[in-house]
Design a protein around this ligand. Structure first.
Ligand SMILES: CC(C)(COP(=O)(O)OP(=O)(O)OC[C@H]1O[C@@H](n2cnc3c(N)ncnc32)[C@H](O)[C@@H]1OP(=O)(O)O)[C@@H](O)C(=O)NCCC(=O)NCCS
Length: 174
């Protein structure tokens, strides 16, 4: 998949909480979303950036249905983006997310969606993501609920737009 002299991006067969913790530098809540009380959806596919024989960055994706203004379409839900705590700020989140988005595009998806805390939004904006009107309503164990952090979307194919209106994600958020 993606390759530079030092870093190679591949799809991963396995990814779970121990691997997340290994990249999180010992943080109890590596994504800092624990206090939001949101039930998140596990991702179906995982993409890792390899460096010196180990995975140093990860992004996951899952196909999820969205409804906006009466239009229903599938998106690539991106989540679980994490970079080894000692290697942040070197473009590895960009590589991991690009790996996931390339796979989503290859699967025929033309829009991606993610949720992020406000201090991560400028990073995603730099990578071409656009803010959506919030809150997005998503499934939760007790029924639909507003997701209490911002949502952003990115076009994966030329000309793919996002309709105006409140966004309903027919899935747990990712
Ligand atoms: C958030 C996180 C994934 C970012 O990883 P990172 O390795 O520092 O990110 P990158 O270096 O790949 O940054 C991607 C791009 O955004 C840019 N960027 C980073 N912070 C930015 C900011 N505040 N404003 C604008 N651009 C920014 C970088 O310069 C880089 O651009 P470039 O590729 O053109 O040089 C990392 O801090 C992390 O693992 N945090 C803990 C887990 C987490 O919060 N995940 C996010 C879930 S939404």
């Amino acid at each position: 998949m993606g390759e530079t002299a030092e870093f190679t991006t591949t799809e991963l067969a396995d990814w779970g909480w121990p691997e997340v913790q290994a990249l999180g530098g010992g943080a109890a809540d590596p994504f800092e979303t624990g206090s939001l009380n949101v039930t998140w959806r596990p991702k179906d596919r995982h993409f890792g950036v390899w460096h010196e024989g180990r995975v140093v960055a990860h992004a996951g994706f899952v196909v999820a249905p969205v409804e906006v203004d009466g239009q229903r379409f599938d998106v690539a839900g991106i989540g679980g983006v994490i970079v080894d705590a000692a290697m942040r700020g070197r473009g590895l989140a960009r590589l991991a997310v690009t790996g996931a988005l390339d796979a989503a595009r290859a699967d025929g998806l033309d829009r991606a969606l993610l949720f992020c805390l406000p201090d991560r939004a400028p990073l995603y904006a730099h990578l071409g993501w656009l803010p959506l009107p919030t809150p997005v309503t998503a499934d939760q164990p007790d029924g639909p609920a507003a997701v209490p952090i911002g949502a952003m979307w990115k076009s994966l194919t030329p000309g793919a737009g996002w309709p105006e209106g409140p966004v309903r994600l027919h899935s747990l958020p990712m």
